[in-house]
Design a protein. Structure first.
Length: 251
């Protein structure tokens, strides 16, 4: 079948679906064609979307923490950092928190597109590291039926397609507790015991792996999983998180 015809058919199908089932902006409630794709109308998207400043020289080149004019990074100095570098797509504000809750708690899967925005500027940097696989941070199996969609879904698929590398679901979460319910100190202890490699999973030839997470707050989960992957054969680990919370946290 002609490719142009297929694309026209897809556009027609989307237009027809929007006519019968219009999408409304998750912030202001306005009907807008943009909301069908990103969950936000054009105006709210322009007003609220804030990409993370990964290339800003005032941020650490490893963990992307704001240096506050200091030469050394307080985050990297305060712990053993096991990932090679980290990139973040968006700053986590109240808007991002609400959209993630809509996705997780109300199964509004179209919200995951919003959390893949900002991938373009870091794609070349990731490609230059020549990763061989993408590893998603897993949720405990008890949440699978409650949360069939995750904020990283769109990002995982888009990154795999752009880099032409596989998604490797080689991890499992053995703790049914959420990191968000832990205080700062307990997050680090919990993360050490929360994840493990699946029984038949193997990592060979010391590949560079991309670890995908939805939220980076203290970074305890991402860092401990990076350690786990290195211990089991990975050569290096690069973290990509859809959002990073920078306000009101203690490093």
């Amino acid at each position: 079948m002609n490719l142009k015809f297929i694309h026209k058919l897809e556009r027609y199908g989307r237009s027809l679906l929007q006519f019968f089932l219009p999408q409304y902006c998750e912030i202001c409630g306005k009907e807008d064609s943009s909301a069908e794709i990103t969950s936000l109308c054009k105006d709210c998207l322009k007003e609220n979307l804030e990409k993370y400043p990964n290339d800003d020289p005032e941020y650490c080149k490893i963990c992307r923490t704001f240096l506050s004019g200091e030469k050394d990074c307080k985050y990297c100095e305060s712990r053993n950092v096991f990932f090679e570098t980290a990139y973040f797509l968006l700053r986590r504000k109240e808007i991002e928190k609400n959209l993630m809750n809509q996705l997780k708690l109300n199964n509004k899967k179209h919200c995951s597109v919003y959390f893949a925005m900002g991938l373009g500027p870091i794609l070349l940097k990731i490609r230059a590291l020549k990763p061989l696989g993408i590893v998603p941070v897993p949720s405990h199996k008890s949440s699978w039926t409650k949360r069939p969609y995750f904020a990283t879904n769109c990002l995982l698929l888009r990154l795999a397609r752009k880099l032409q590398i596989p998604i490797l679901p080689i991890l499992e979460k053995v703790s049914d507790q959420h990191q968000s319910t832990q205080n700062r100190k307990d997050r680090f202890f919990h993360a050490k015991e929360a994840f493990q490699l699946k029984k038949n999973a193997r990592i060979i030839n010391k590949p560079t792996l991309v670890l995908i997470d939805d939220v980076f707050t203290t970074g305890a989960s991402s860092n401990e999983i990076a350690r786990l992957l290195l211990q089991n054969g990975a050569g290096s680990v690069v973290v990509i998180s859809t959002t990073r919370k920078t306000e009101g946290i203690e490093i």
